[in-house]
Design a protein around this ligand. Structure first.
Ligand code: S3P
Length: 438
């Protein structure tokens, strides 16, 4: 454990550049590992989660090498040619590595053991085991369909047409990746759109993938299997989920003015910017451009008087990882913020509804926990009282970062029990924060 107290801050001033997008970084390595030839990646997020993906792809035969700061070279083995790993695949804290790699292994003639840390070992894997079993893979999982588990892939796997029972890009991606080495056409029907990086990147690597909208408005995504992927040159845009903590910090600390460079603004990810603007946040897009096929801008964020709102549950999938940050903004806004439709937050790295309710209450915020969301009555801009005992972060990087930001806008500071999990997604977080608040 590495506890730390985050103290009240003066105005945050300056510019920062957020690290590479975690979702796109994972997929760059996985798809590069399946293309024959060299894929070169710049701006890769060198967080522990992505490094777990890199290690797993190496142990299944790909050459994955760091060539510079954020610069990586991947020599792939080709779709269908993943090798039997000799040891268990250690997924650390990373749900994305686990679920997407389960998809890849499911249609290869190999057997792999997946293990993870205490947080990951509590998370449900039935959501990928079910469809991948239908494709022919077999599983020996721990109680409750959890890690550790052993996956025996099917060769050939059977193509399926699968309607997602929950809004999950990880489940969608697991099936599409399994479909890459499955003869015929594998289809995922997505009633509620989720992040579409897999679709964009699979197309970029040359897979035959189509997206249509059916009569009910659902997205129908089909991929033709036994694909041949072409190696790519990829520039990973900055991660909006990492930017979110600095956006909220600049909005809530009086006098702040921060330019956050290189923020990915894919519409399936940018819900937090829209919601914070609805609350009155001043977030200006500067230099909108495309990076790696994704819309990106620099964001100029200025301290703002925020007002509570009812957050439309339809926007939840496009900001599913940003609720810990949003809850902090709500705790400092004027009036009441109501969130609902957040059931999926209960199965993230921690139960983010319960853990944020406890953490913000301990810091003196007014929070009511409901089954599918929080109702938060803000201070109207006054600082939160702060904590006396350390906040339990439950191995959840986003809880640690959200409560660090709450500490900046508190009287006594906020102590988090463990900052180490921050390195899973944002190793430079504390250094960047210090740079803005010398
Ligand atoms: C991710 C999808 C989301 C998100 C996670 C990354 C991805 O999970 O929470 O951080 O890269 O596909 P779900 O698909 O389970 O919602």
């Amino acid at each position: 454990m590495r506890a730390r107290r985050f103290l009240p801050a003066g105005p945050l001033k300056g510019r920062i550049r957020v690290p590479g997008d975690k979702s796109i970084s994972h997929r760059s390595i996985m798809l590069g590992a399946l293309a024959v030839g060299e894929t070169r990646v710049t701006g890769l997020l060198e967080g522990e989660d992505v490094l777990a993906t890199a290690a797993a792809m190496r142990s299944m035969g790909a050459q994955v090498e760091r060539t510079g700061d954020g610069a990586w070279s991947v020599h792939g083995v080709g779709v269908g040619a993943l090798l039997q790993p000799e040891t268990a695949l250690d997924m650390g804290n990373s749900g994305t590595s686990t679920r997407l790699l389960m998809g890849l292994v499911a249609s290869h003639p190999i057997t792999a053991t997946f293990v993870g840390d205490a947080s990951l070992s509590k998370r449900p894997m039935g959501r990928v085991i079910d469809p991948l079993s239908t494709m022919g893979a077999s599983f020996e999982a721990s109680d409750g369909a959890r890690l550790p588990l052993i996956l025996k892939g099917a060769s050939p796997a059977v193509p399926i047409r699968y309607r997602l029972p929950m809004a999950s890009a990880q489940v969608k991606s697991a099936i599409l990746l399994a479909g890459l080495n499955t003869p015929g056409i594998t289809t995922v029907i997505e009633p509620v759109p989720t992040r579409d990086h897999s679709e964009r990147m699979l197309r970029g690597f040359g897979a035959d993938i189509s997206v249509a909208i059916d009569d009910d408005g659902a997205r129908v995504i089909s991929i033709r299997g036994e694909a041949e992927l072409q190696p790519q040159v990829i520039e990973v845009p900055g991660d909006p989920s990492s930017a979110a903590f600095f956006i909220v910090a600049a909005l809530v600390v009086p006098g702040s003015e921060v330019l956050i460079e290189n923020v990915g603004l894919n519409p399936t990810r940018s819900g937090i910017v829209e919601v914070l603007r609805q609350m009155g946040g001043s977030i200006e897009e500067v230099n909108r451009r495309e990076v790696g096929g994704e819309p990106v801008a620099d964001l100029m964020v200025r301290h703002s008087v925020l007002t509570g709102i009812d957050v439309d549950p339809a926007i939840v999938p496009s900001m599913v990882d940003e609720f810990p940050a949003l809850f902090v903004a709500a705790a400092l806004a004027q009036g009441i913020t109501t969130t609902s439709g957040l059931d999926e937050l209960r199965v993230k790295e921690s139960d983010r509804i319960a853990v944020m309710a406890a953490a913000l209450s301990a810091a003196g915020a007014h929070v009511e926990e409901r089954a599918d969301g929080l109702v938060i009555t803000g201070t109207g801009g006054d600082p939160l009282p702060g904590t006396h005992a350390p906040i339990a972060t439950h191995l959840d990087h986003r809880i640690a970062m959200a409560m660090a930001i709450a500490g900046l806008a508190s009287r006594a500071g906020v102590e988090v029990d463990d900052t180490r999990p921050i390195a899973t997604s944002f190793p430079m977080f504390e250094a960047l924060l210090e740079g803005l608040n010398p």
